[in-house]
Design a protein around this ligand. Structure first.
Ligand SMILES: Cc1cc2nc3c(=O)[nH]c(=O)nc-3n(C[C@H](O)[C@H](O)[C@H](O)COP(=O)(O)OP(=O)(O)OC[C@H]3O[C@@H](n4cnc5c(N)ncnc54)[C@H](O)[C@@H]3O)c2cc1C
Length: 525
């Protein structure tokens, strides 16, 4: 066990990665919770897993998550130890499994076309060329794919297949994204191939992920004595960097506007969340679009950029944060006080809320999708209130029913566009409150990259600094998942504390299919 055991631990950033890291230290490293501090710039913890409950002003969440129980090995390893807040004799894992047994995902209206017809999706719509190219991509080693994009490997026709519309909107891929990342997804989620059209493999949490994952984990950490320091932006790290050994010696932060310095001793450990997909995100209202923030409005990337300067082992943040046009999209949360919309959607989709998953308007200029989760979606949501969430992957395009790019739309405009695609009178959403959310870096993790652009969780030569985020290198696993952050945290903690327990491996669902795929590729050549 490392000497850090006698010291303190500081997590910079309060996302699920840090919360998980603190929990692994306590559970598996026997590290006292009272010696752990989590420093978060925002007033609340949870990072991207947010959920703001305000029945009067309207509910808001940046994202809604799909999970699986066939993957997410580290996430469930953690949440099997965290008691549920609503049923304390059960773990969060158990309550989630029970909930999904009761409300099974089986989408009946996955894609809807411009005539508002449900698109038959039992066939993926592949040509022979699509099949060959896809199989080749699946089998090409990551080193050979390098920093190429998906379009470098698949012909234009592929991007018009039912498969692409479903895969791209389920996982938020764009044609210009990393071929390596797309390939990893095809392997990691190979089981979804057979059920992508019904989303039958998807598991949901009971409520939004702040209420169902963050809150119980935070409560468990609090009971162990962990200190949560909110409104605290870490602005710089002091360090010694000699003969290839890098040690943090102080953390400089702005705590509620005041400068503070935390001295880091030899025995202390520092875990940094380097980069965030929701950095510089902004919310609008029914009457105003979200502000168009950029990197200069945020502090999220700065620290990583400073550390990486002249240190290739700390990665290359500019690869991920230099092109908002390629990494931005917008979500929205709608609060209703009238069941008419949910009733009409149930009739149209033949799915009860919580069993359908995504409904994507495949011909919409914004590539609009909505998700009606099981209600209530927030712990204290009144019975007469309904909440749903949606997103558009092309916010820079003019709408089909609103003559503006989504990025310039307020909540009112977004509801009008949605009603247009459904061919429903705007009246059905008359009392609705729609809060749009712009996320300029939401798919920054998918930007084309080389090996080495992301640091290892514990880079070579690092004595007491680890990186835990979506922007670290972990073999075989896929970004844009809760699992990736939890796995990164578990890896970093186990390494720095020298914990002798194995990390749950990435389940090799693809291995059994690999031999068959290889034979197929040869046959097509
Ligand atoms: C719209 C959307 C949809 C998603 N869908 C899915 C899905 O279907 N399935 C799935 O598994 N995952 C999904 N995800 C991804 C998942 O939510 C994230 O991967 C995960 O929450 C990231 O956690 P994190 O802890 O790594 O980082 P974050 O949650 O980004 O947390 C980082 C935190 O660090 C803080 N911070 C950064 N720099 C500093 C600093 N210098 N000082 C102090 N604090 C700092 C930030 O304020 C932030 O709170 C989705 C995310 C979004 C936004």
């Amino acid at each position: 066990m490392k000497s850090g055991r006698g010291g303190k631990a500081y997590f910079i950033g309060g996302g699920i990665g840090s919360l998980a890291g603190a929990a692994f230290m306590i559970r598996d490293g026997e590290f006292p919770g009272s010696r752990i501090s989590i420093l978060e710039a925002n007033p609340v913890l949870g990072g991207s897993l947010d959920g703001t409950a305000d029945p009067a002003r309207g509910y808001s969440m940046r994202g809604g998550r799909m999970l699986t129980t066939d993957n997410y090995e580290c996430t469930w390893d953690l949440f099997k130890s965290v008691p549920s807040l609503t049923e304390p004799d059960k773990s969060v894992f158990d309550e989630t499994v029970d909930f999904n047994d009761r409300y099974r995902a089986h989408s009946m209206a996955r894609l809807v076309d411009r005539r508002r017809a449900k698109v038959p999706v039992t066939s993926m719509g592949f040509s022979m060329r699509d099949r060959t190219e896809l199989l080749k991509l699946i089998e090409t080693p990551e080193g050979d794919l390098g920093s190429t994009c998906i379009t470098d490997h698949l012909s234009p026709g592929f991007f018009d297949t039912g498969f692409w519309y479903m895969w791209a909107t389920t996982f938020a891929f764009q044609p210009w994204h990393s071929a390596v990342e797309f390939k990893r997804y095809l392997h990691r989620f190979v089981l979804e191939f057979a059920r992508i059209e019904t989303l039958a493999g998807v598991k949901r949490t009971i409520y939004n992920q702040y209420d169902s994952l963050v809150a119980p984990l935070q409560q468990w950490l609090r009971s162990k004595g962990v200190a949560f320091v909110t409104d605290c932006t870490v602005t710089d790290l002091d360090y010694e960097d000699t003969r290839g050994n890098f040690s943090v010696t102080a953390i400089r932060c702005l705590r509620q506007g005041r400068s503070e310095v935390v001295i880091i001793s030899e025995d202390d450990l520092v875990f940094l969340q380097n980069g965030s997909m929701t950095d510089a995100s902004s919310i609008g209202s029914m009457t105003s679009p979200p502000a168009e923030l950029t990197k200069t409005d945020s502090t999220g990337w700065t620290l990583w950029e400073k550390l990486a300067q002249g240190r290739p082992q700390f990665g290359n943040p500019t690869v991920f944060n230099s092109c908002i046009a390629q990494s931005c999209w917008e979500s929205f949360t709608v609060t209703l006080r009238n069941p008419a919309f949910f009733d009409e959607m149930t009739r149209f989709s033949t799915n009860d809320a919580g069993t359908g998953g995504l409904v994507t308007f495949k011909d919409s200029n914004w590539l609009l999708s909505i998700v009606l989760a099981h209600q209530p979606h927030f712990v204290d949501q009144p019975r007469d209130v309904q909440v749903f969430w949606g997103y558009g992957l092309f916010p820079d395009r003019i709408g089909n029913f609103v003559a503006k790019p989504m990025a310039q739309c307020n909540g009112e405009d977004i509801l009008q566009e949605l009603c247009g695609h459904l061919r429903w009178d705007r009246q059905i959403l008359a009392s609705a409150n729609c809060i749009p959310c712009r996320m300029p870096y939401i798919t920054s993790m998918f930007m084309p990259r080389e090996l080495g652009d992301r640091p290892l969780p514990v880079p070579a030569g690092s004595v007491n600094l680890a990186f835990i985020s979506q922007f670290v290198e972990i073999p075989d696993d896929v970004v844009f998942t809760v699992e990736y952050s939890v796995r990164a945290a578990q890896t970093a903690v186990y390494q720095l504390l020298r914990i002798d327990r194995s990390i749950p491996p990435v389940t090799p669902h693809d291995r059994s299919l690999r031999a068959q795929i290889g034979a197929l590729v040869k046959a097509f050549e």
